[in-house]
Design a protein around this ligand. Sequence first.
Ligand SMILES: Cc1cc2nc3c(=O)[nH]c(=O)nc-3n(C[C@H](O)[C@H](O)[C@H](O)COP(=O)(O)O)c2cc1C
Length: 188
Amino acid sequence: MITVKDLQPHPLDQVHRLIEPGPVILVTTRHRGIPNVMTNGFNMMVRHDPPLIACTIGPWDHSYQALVETGECVISVPTADMAATVVDIGNCSGADVDKFEEFDLTAVSGAEVQAPLVAECFANIECRVADSSLVAPYSLFLLEAVRAWTDPSQPQPQLFHHHGDGTFTLDGPTVDLKDRMTKWQYLL
Ligand SMILES: Cc1cc2nc3c(=O)[nH]c(=O)nc-3n(C[C@H](O)[C@H](O)[C@H](O)COP(=O)(O)O)c2cc1C
């Protein structure tokens, strides 16, 4: 019988490496007319309807103040071929550099928010801050998706997921288990 003695203790400060969600996303903002983009790995869906997404964006990020002041952002979902660029985007600040220019990203105007879409990404979700009560204690923004777009030229996007230590897993094969989702037919 297996006991905890057979298992290896995992440091608590590295728990995120076990369940770090994905995919890695970009979050764009527009503050005082200037567009910016940051990389985000700490994110999750919270609710279907209205669609709510939680993102941790720290006060050390230039994007934090932009999001606090404007209450708007776009979640842009990059594909695996963009992984190296996405990491570079997360290793510099809009306080120092125009990241759209530096990384050759194409800013596209959305329909609902001032923050730009990123044309190179396969999906773009326009969001407004729905609840900021967890921002002060946890830097956690609850975002409501108000409009979403996908690029029809990228029908089978391969997303990527951060392990929290600079290593990433790329999406693998898709498994169709819809016939077992008996309780959740309305989601299919
Ligand atoms: C793979 C990766 C994931 C990241 N995830 C987050 C995150 O979830 N939350 C966060 O605040 N910063 C995260 N960062 C760091 C920000 O992207 C980084 O601080 C960025 O430079 C902020 O840009 P800004 O100052 O222009 O807002 C991540 C960086 C990388 C490379």
